[in-house]
Design a protein. Structure first.
Length: 244
């Protein structure tokens, strides 16, 4: 692979997870991919899978809540003259607790991993995209981005903040050629995490009631290819059987 076009995905976990699916799709489209997360073992599995399919993936261990880690991540991603075309913030940290059982540590953790991390990542992405006046910046949202429901009130507060951040960045930097997208995942993804923790729920939903990883990644890629005269800023993705 000789292209210097690059996609960066932060929030890459299991092989059957959305971060990995996005990385696989971007690599399949000919981009070099930098994948980042907290587990070197999981990143290695994803990088190997992409390499086996003929792509190129560079794993970088990074903490989304660390400003120095995020800066180091972007420096590593753009080393050697690589040009940032896509940046996707896919961190999705969730904890369940009724409000009176939500302590300061829990609320702070959810805010840091969702909201603060999105700010640090988005700010660095803009710095690298502005000189070229192009690029797609994705933030992966959730049903909670739009409405809070116990026992996930703290999570919803954090996700709503990400949505506001993306909206403000789209208004500020869209006119300068940066396509900022907030994608609301309104349903359960058919991935490793859901199958491990919610197997009965998954069985009850059936395959038609779940979001498929490759389908979500396909949508992200289609949005990246949109003409500037018809950009999507916010969209919601859900299975056709999902009530809303």
């Amino acid at each position: 692979m000789t292209t210097n076009r690059m996609a960066l995905v932060l929030g890459v976990g299991p092989l059957q997870g959305l971060g990995a699916a996005l990385a696989r799709r971007f690599a399949a489209e000919g981009l070099q991919v930098v994948i980042a997360g907290r587990s070197s073992a999981k990143l290695a599995l994803v990088a190997d899978a992409i390499a086996d399919a003929g792509g190129m993936a560079i794993p970088v261990v990074a903490d989304a809540t660390s400003e120095s880690d995020v800066k180091r991540l972007f420096e590593a991603a753009t080393a050697g003259g690589r040009i940032l075309h896509i940046a996707a913030y896919n961190v999705d940290s969730n904890l369940a607790a009724p409000l009176l059982e939500t302590d300061l540590a829990m609320f702070t953790t959810l805010w840091q991993q969702n909201s603060l991390g999105a700010f640090l990542f988005g700010r660095e992405a803009i710095k690298y995209m502005l000189p070229q006046q192009q690029g797609s910046l994705f933030f992966t949202g959730a049903t909670a981005s739009l409405r809070a429901k116990p026992p996930f009130t703290a999570f919803a507060a954090a996700k709503a903040a990400v949505r506001a951040l993306a909206q403000g960045m789209a208004r500020e930097f869209g006119p300068q050629g940066i396509h900022v997208v907030h994608a609301i995942i309104d349903g359960v993804i058919n991935g490793e995490r859901a199958n491990r923790h919610f197997s009965r729920f998954i069985a009850a939903k059936g395959s038609d009631g779940l979001l498929q990883l490759e389908a979500i990644a396909q949508t992200y890629w289609a949005i990246h290819q949109q003409h500037p005269s018809a950009w999507t800023h916010e969209l919601d993705l859900r299975p056709f059987k999902e009530p809303f």
